[in-house]
Design a binder for this molecule. Structure first.
Ligand SMILES: Nc1nc2c(c(=O)[nH]1)N[C@H]1C(S)=C(S)[C@@H](COP(=O)(O)O)O[C@H]1N2
Ligand SMILES: [Mo]
Length: 338
């Protein structure tokens, strides 16, 4: 298989590698991964990216053993999956195949210079240790301190929800998440009335994550945030699983945020810290590019990204186009907040 760079067939040449980084960063990434000639990016060979043999495997379901080895685990966890589906949340498209949703990932912590495709996180996650996961809770809440994920998962009933998912770069998918509403966790932690926002911090360890080790100009660890009313909205979800199984590492194991009316980068992965604060927190991509990645980042076809239109999205793996929907189609649940 020929090497290929991350390429979206629907992108114009020159925009395809930029995604959430600016031009300078883009050049640095290219340098880092050894692709110094921009000419390579526009070469027709890259049009094959989404058609690479890996992506085209026919199976829809992966046996447990293929991705749950060494994953976050505790006695009795297997019995939690698959969780009962909450049928309230419907989608208007077929489910993305499990293979595609778990082999085309945005997870900058796992960008490795040996691979030209930044979406191949699954190849580099082995050293990522996520057993005995703990979440540190701090700030303006009654209950703060260290919480074992195992305990939280036994405390809150898990459910499955099928949600659409939309990256700012325009790719989209529709996947079944397993987890619990963020509101359930927040009620348990009892934030004080002075808390206006919630902050999430991802795990970052250069020994386990090649991106953290090599992409040194990024302000690791990854950090994100929501307004308190957004965090309490019924759609905001903490996912511990996908496709009826524990999350694979590349999808943000063992616990990640899912806010489907917002662009993908709001959905912080592999969360180790939650903080209740009294002002709008800074976020990872906003810090890098304030004009391109605002705090709210609600999906809206009428608000273009400064470098591309957001009117159309493209489903993975083949880029089938669909019109972008305001709030990703979840206006009835979230529209009232804005
Ligand atoms: N810690 C961390 N969280 C992250 C990212 C990241 O690079 N690091 N990428 C974000 C972006 S831009 C997207 S689109 C989604 C992708 O989630 P997926 O790979 O499970 O589809 O994760 C988000 N969460
Ligand atoms: Mo994204």
């Amino acid at each position: 298989m020929a090497n290929f760079i991350s390429y979206h067939p629907w992108n114009r040449p020159g925009t395809e590698f930029t995604e959430e980084s600016d031009y300078k960063n883009r050049r640095e990434i290219l340098k880092t991964i050894g692709l110094t000639t921009l000419g390579l990016i526009a070469s027709p060979a890259f049009i094959q990216a989404c058609k690479n043999p890996d992506h085209k495997q026919a199976f829809t379901s992966i046996p447990d053993s293929q991705y749950c080895e060494n994953c976050f685990d505790f006695k009795g966890m297997k019995e939690l999956y698959p969780a009962k589906r909450n049928e309230k949340y419907k989608i208007d498209r077929p489910l993305t195949k499990e293979y595609d949703a778990t082999h085309y990932n945005n997870f900058y912590e796992f960008i490795d210079r040996s691979d030209d495709n930044i979406y191949n996180a699954y190849k580099f996650v082995d050293p990522f240790e996520n057993r005995d996961w703990k979440i540190e809770v701090s700030g303006l809440a009654e209950k703060t301190g260290t919480f074992f994920l195992e305990e939280l998962m036994k405390t809150f009933p898990l459910e499955e929800r099928i949600y659409r998912f939309r990256c700012v770069e325009r790719w989209s998918m529709a996947v079944p998440w397993t987890g619990f509403p963020l509101a359930t966790l927040i009620k348990f932690l009892q934030p004080k009335s002075s808390a206006t926002h919630i902050r999430f911090v991802s795990y970052a360890n250069p020994k386990e994550m090649p991106g953290v080790n090599n992409l040194t100009w990024y302000p690791w660890p990854y950090f994100e945030g929501l307004r308190m009313d957004e965090a309490m909205n019924e759609m905001a979800f903490m996912a511990t699983g996908i496709y009826g199984k524990p999350l694979p590492k590349q999808n943000g194991a063992p616990i990640r945020l899912v806010v489907p009316w917002k662009f993908g980068y709001k959905n912080a992965k592999s969360i180790v810290r939650i903080e209740f604060v009294n002002k709008e927190p800074e976020t990872f991509w906003h810090k890098l590019q304030p004009k391109e990645y605002p705090f709210l980042s609600n999906i809206d076809p009428k608000v273009p990204h400064p470098r591309w239109s957001q009117e159309i999205e493209h489903m993975i793996p083949d880029g089938e186009p669909r019109p972008t929907l305001k709030y990703n189609g979840y206006g009835e649940y979230v529209g009232g907040m804005y």
